[in-house]
Design a protein around this ligand. Structure first.
Ligand code: A3P
Length: 287
């Protein structure tokens, strides 16, 4: 069985090439009252949400094709706190840190996006295959990756160790909890929720239909598929692009019945009594 390669930072798996200093310094970042954190487990809609927030801040005008979203909204544990501290405030910060490692300030805002673990696993598989320098897994199969995913032996740790603790905090005043699946059904509502959550400074965007429409259209899957270099470094020609399918339910094309059963069992065990049990009813358990 082939396994992706990782760097280990205090026992925590990270993509190869993410400097250990970045990770260590990120842990010491002092969150500011005006900070806006976009918090996700990998492949759950991070980039989409980054771009929505970016568009809200820029009246819906698109990011130029020559710029990268990470220039304005960097990944905390990749770049380290020094690169974050030089950003003008309010800072928008991407992180995949689990709850207990995420820098906290009671006035900072945390937008959390959850995606069902089945589609997350498939998306994470393509991600891990495609970023050869980070994982050396170009030849890996879905079966290989699934074994790592279900054991939680992937970068940023176990899916459920991320989701469950964050979900416990979902009703706090400074946390906005959204799901990828609901964002797909009602992108306009998700955008309005994010605007409302960001506070007074951006409220006028909701009343201005023209700006709101630009945010909706520019953050659509179709538009984000164009100029992919804005979201990530180039991937080899034989790998799917970073913005890949953007669908709910693609997992059915990958999972065997046995894999499905195993992940359902883990899901039931890890979410029992949390309120998460029914969050993806109809999506992950076929009737
Ligand atoms: P798929 O691989 O299933 O297509 P992240 O940004 O956290 O790495 O998540 C990547 C996933 O979000 C990919 O899923 C990608 O296609 C999807 N995605 C990115 N932009 C999107 C958009 N505007 N609408 C829907 N899905 C989007």
């Amino acid at each position: 069985m082939k396994k992706p390669s990782y760097y280990y930072h205090n026992g925590f798996r990270m993509p190869m090439g993410f400097p250990i200093e970045g990770f260590t310094s990120a842990l010491n970042y002092q969150a500011q009252p005006s900070d806006i954190f976009i918090v996700t487990y990998p492949k759950c809609g991070t980039t989409w949400t980054q771009y929505i927030v970016w568009l809200i801040q820029h009246n819906g005008e698109p990011l130029s094709a020559s710029k990268k979203i990470e220039d304005d909204i960097p990944h905390l544990e990749e770049v380290g706190k020094e690169k974050i501290e030089i950003l003008p405030q309010p800072r928008v910060i991407k992180t995949h840190f689990p709850y207990n490692l995420t820098p906290y300030h009671p006035q900072a805002k945390y937008i959390y996006i959850a995606r069902n673990p089945f589609d997350c696993a498939v998306s994470f598989y393509h991600h891990t295959r495609g970023f050869i320098k980070h994982y050396n897994f170009a030849e890996g199969s879905f079966e290989d990756f699934f074994e790592c995913f279900i054991k939680g032996e992937v970068d940023f740790g176990d899916y459920f160790d991320h989701l469950v603790p964050w979900y416990k905090h979902k009703d706090e005043h400074n946390v906005l909890f959204l799901t990828y699946e609901n964002m797909k059904i009602e992108p306009k509502n998700a955008i309005i929720d994010i605007i409302n959550f960001l506070g007074k400074a951006y409220k006028d965007r909701i009343k201005n239909e023209e700006i709101l429409n630009k945010i909706i259209i520019n953050s659509s899957l179709e538009n984000m598929k164009k100029d992919q270099q804005r979201w990530s470094s180039k991937r080899p020609e034989n790998m799917p692009p970073f913005i890949r399918k953007g669908q709910v339910g693609d997992w059915e094309n990958y999972f065997s019945p046995e894999q499905q059963q195993r992940l359902i069992e883990k899901f039931m065990i890890r979410t029992a009594g949390t309120g998460l049990e029914t969050l993806w009813n109809g999506i992950i358990i076929r009737s």
